[in-house]
Ligand binder design. Sequence first.
Ligand code: MTE
Ligand code: MO
Length: 278
Amino acid sequence: LAAVRPIPGEVLWGAGVISTARWTGVSLADVLAVAGPLGEARHVAFDALDVAERADPPQPFGGSVPMAKATAGEVLLAWAMDDAPLPAVHGAPVRVVVPGYIGARSVKWVCHVRAQREPSDSYFQARDYRLLPPDADPARAARGAGLSLGPLALNAAVLAPEDGQELPAGPRRVTGYAIAGDGRGVARVDVRVEPRPDGQQAGRDDGWRQAELGPAPSPWAWRLWEATLEIPAGPVDIVARAWDTSGTVQPERPATVWNPRGYGNNAWSRAHVTGLAD
Ligand SMILES: Nc1nc2c(c(=O)[nH]1)N[C@H]1C(S)=C(S)[C@@H](COP(=O)(O)O)O[C@H]1N2
Ligand SMILES: [Mo]
């Protein structure tokens, strides 16, 4: 998104900052049931032990999820990752795992779980991780302005070949991942090669091919995909776009989803590569 319009003061993560793991823990729904009647509570908030200096004012990390999500069964208080004890860096001894939501809601090193009427007033819920309209000034946005980010948007990425790579022209294996938001499944991934710089293909065949989808171990996990594409000599874009089970497709252009804090870019994924003639 920073290529569309500058996004000062934010980390430019790119396409790689996501992963899938097998989590073991107790369902938050079960813990809340044991805790007793929750009265008027509409949100479940999590407090952590690490003090974040970048918050204003500096404060422990925290966040919340709506009660419907907290009690849906899939949210965990987890102590193991990929069948091994949770590493400290991933939140040991206990972290929250909120499948289908942005990573920020999966609070690590959790120390308090609170059922409450309002969303968490943590900086990370009330000020950060919010989708502001394009004309907003993030430095002056009020607490609670914009949309609170929760459920993930449908997204996909081309992972190999890597962006910027040179490779021999010819048929090449292309791989990536796709992930759908909040429990919807990935239904299809389309891939194609676009000449640069015009980005438009002539003729009736617009060049889309369907990738082969890997297993879907859970509606909360990403799906890996693969395809064989003919890479011509010269600079091209390898483009991927995913469809979910609701028939939604990713938006084409990053400009469509640009927002002042640079969140949630789910435009079609592109790897700029150069095919080398032999
Ligand atoms: N206590 C605490 N929890 C946290 C954070 C943090 O800084 N402190 N970062 C959040 C963010 S923004 C993300 S993307 C995930 C990253 O989880 P991981 O380190 O297991 O990949 O943790 C979330 N939970
Ligand atoms: Mo994050």
